[in-house]
Ligand binder design. Structure first.
Ligand code: F6R
Length: 616
């Protein structure tokens, strides 16, 4: 939530900052702003409500020079989205500008203390308080800027990734992190780039330093980067080479990132399985298991923690792990888990699932599990992000950067990794024979091709169908077994991008209450594929039809019986039941997408949402 970019070096900062903000817009788009420091100690700040394009229009024709700058795209936490609350915030002396991602929890106390010292505030944000606090130590107490930043951060409770510029020292940025992500790119000839993730930096350099909590980076143009902690002790620099394909950050001819990412899934899942299936003479070889097999195999229990779509993947993971590895597995919302007093034993393995690797609640759940001595396994997409750096081992899903705010390819990537994990553990624990594993893997490797064929075949049909759903006010999604989490995921996709109220239920739960909602105006999307649950789900469909509900059924090709019963059918190829979520989710992703497009919604930037939820 909120994206930060910074640049200090030999080039004009403005275009680098604007391009960087566009890459980070998925993190929030309530307002955008930029602060440019020129060699003549000028500080120009431009900010506006709305998106980066609005900022460009606002700044057009104004002085945009300066080879040092910081910029911000906001997801509002404190204060409504307007120009006054947009970052960067400038301190009272007019010298210091700051951008911030996170939440300063004790901002109200700090604000009243600073007000008593004569500081006046122009915004209702927590960030402006931090700007004034740094200013207070710098101007009133005469501390050099670095010490002023350290003193201010020692008084702050909360989460932050900040970048600070000072018009009196125009060739330097100071940046710090606690619980919100920040990465520094080391360019050529003393250029430094700074961002909330690597995507705005990668076109300039692949040499990155991921800051850890409590670290402060000093970036002097033309000089050497230094890292110190809050007590000014030097910290060793750990430079990582980051690989990222820039074309993955573009729409590649698709009208929206979401559609591109839906269509990318066949390639993504091949990438996810590459080197892991049919490798080293084995059906499956996960390096995370090779090096940590004892902890993983001897676990008395797996506890999956995640949020949102990743939690839905976790629900499927629970079934896969229990089915193949026969280890009791529970699944928890990370946000709930962290605030109760869960029973966690050192013999437990906690599996954290997160696309961004930065979700604050999931990260906190990981920390809690670590304190209690559990072994932590991460399933993440964003390479080098906080969760993989805080887990004992794990498996990247390798589906490439996901830019569309509604998660699609990350979900199928997570389910693919969970399937590989469950099959590997099953083999190693002896609950699954090598032959069974080999067959399952051969089915898994067919999935990308099946998705590709399915996407091309059903997309025009789903586009037509979406027109019917445009006027719906509520939609129910039903599924059973492995497809129950898919129903939840389908409903979430529809709500978040088309703003139509949707609920997912296990199909058999209908008769325990929700069926009261069904009438001729209620569309019901039912996943009714030919599997062990088929007859039961068919009865559920009959119950809905008896109450004149409109049924859109996701069926198995060749199933004419369901065709006679449902109002609309989207037919899918048959795959083993445990792999069905990878296929049944495809029409639901497309349906949500096309309904949102029909309704004229901003698919990639749904209202009130941000992709990386780094606040509680
Ligand atoms: C929904 C969506 C969110 C995320 C959730 C967790 O489309 O994207 O529900 O799944 O915020 O995010 P990660 O996976 O980054 O931890």
């Amino acid at each position: 939530m909120c994206g930060i970019v910074g640049y200090v070096g030999n080039n004009d900062a403005y275009p680098i900052l604007i391009n960087g903000l566009k890459r980070l817009e998925y993190r929030g788009y309530d307002s955008a702003g930029v602060a440019l420091v020129g060699d003549g100690c000028t500080l120009n700040v431009y900010k506006t409500k709305g998106k980066v394009a609005d900022l460009e229009a606002h700044a057009s024709g104004k002085p945009l020079g300066g080879s040092t700058g910081i910029a911000h795209t906001r997801w509002a936490t404190h204060g409504e989205p307007n120009e006054a609350n947009a970052h960067p915030h400038v301190s009272q002396s007019g010298n210091i500008a700051i951008v911030h991602n996170g939440i300063i929890e004790n901002y109200a106390t700090l604000r009243s203390q600073l007000s008593a010292k004569g500081y006046q505030f122009k915004s209702s944000t927590d960030t402006e308080v931090l700007a004034q606090l740094i200013d207070y130590f710098n101007t009133a107490l005469d501390l050099p800027l670095l010490q002023a930043v350290q003193a201010a951060l020692r008084r702050v409770i909360g989460a932050y990734a900040i970048a600070v510029v000072d018009s009196r020292a125009p060739r330097r940025i100071i940046a710090a992190r606690k619980s919100s992500p920040l990465v520094v790119g080391i360019g050529n000839e003393g250029d430094f780039y700074l961002a909330s993730d690597a995507s705005p930096i990668i076109e300039y350099t692949d040499r990155m330093v991921y800051l850890n909590d409590g670290e402060i980076a000093i970036l002097p143009a033309g000089g050497e980067m230094e890292i110190v902690n809050l007590d000014n002790k030097p910290v060793e620099l750990n430079v990582t080479r980051v690989e990222m394909n820039i074309s993955q950050l573009e729409k590649g001819g698709f009208p929206h990132f979401m559609l591109k990412e839906i269509f990318e899934q066949p390639d993504c899942l091949n990438d996810c399985m590459r080197g892991r299936v049919n490798a080293q003479g084995q059906p499956l070889a996960l390096s995370s298991l090779r090096f940590h097999s004892k902890r993983m195999l001897n676990a008395s229990r797996y506890i999956i923690v995640a949020c949102g779509t990743s939690w839905h993947a976790g629900l499927i993971g629970k079934q896969l792990l229990e089915n193949f590895a026969q280890v009791p597995t529970s699944i928890e919302y990370a946000s709930e888990f962290r605030y109760r007093n869960p029973v966690i034993n050192p013999s437990d393995v906690v599996i954290a699932i997160s696309q961004s690797g930065e979700t604050a609640d999931t990260l906190a759940a990981v920390e809690l599990a670590r304190e209690k001595g559990a072994f932590i396994y991460g399933i993440c997409n964003s390479v080098g992000s906080s969760i993989p750096r805080n887990t004992d081992t794990g498996c990247y899903i390798h589906v490439g950067p996901e830019i569309g705010v509604a998660s699609t390819k990350a979900f199928t990537g997570q389910v693919t990794v969970l399937a590989m994990l469950a099959l590997s553990l099953g083999m190693a624990r002896g609950t699954l024979s090598h032959d069974e594993a080999r067959q399952a893997v051969s089915q898994l490797t067919r999935i990308p091709g099946i998705i590709k064929e399915t996407l091309e075949r059903i997309n025009p049909q789903v586009e037509q169908l979406a027109k019917m759903l445009t006027y719906a006010r509520n939609v129910i999604y039903l599924g059973r077994g492995y497809n129950y989490p898919v129903a939840l995921e389908g409903a979430l996709k529809l709500k978040e991008i088309s703003y139509i109220h949707a609920e997912g239920y296990p199909a058999a739960e209908m008769k325990h209450g929700p069926i009261a909602l069904v009438d001729e105006d209620m569309p019901v999307v039912v996943i009714a594929t030919r599997n062990a649950m088929y007859d039961k789900v068919r009865s559920n469909v009959q119950e809905i039809k008896a109450r004149r509900g409109r049924v859109i059924a996701i069926t198995t090709q060749g199933d004419t019986a369901m065709g006679d019963l449902a109002d609309e059918c989207i037919a899918l190829p048959e795959v083993p039941e445990y792999l069905e979520p990878l296929i049944t989710t495809i029409p639901l992703q497309l349906l949500a997408y096309h309904v949102a497009v029909c309704k004229g919604k901003d698919v990639d930037h749904p209202r009130n949402l941000a992709k990386s939820v780094t606040v509680e």
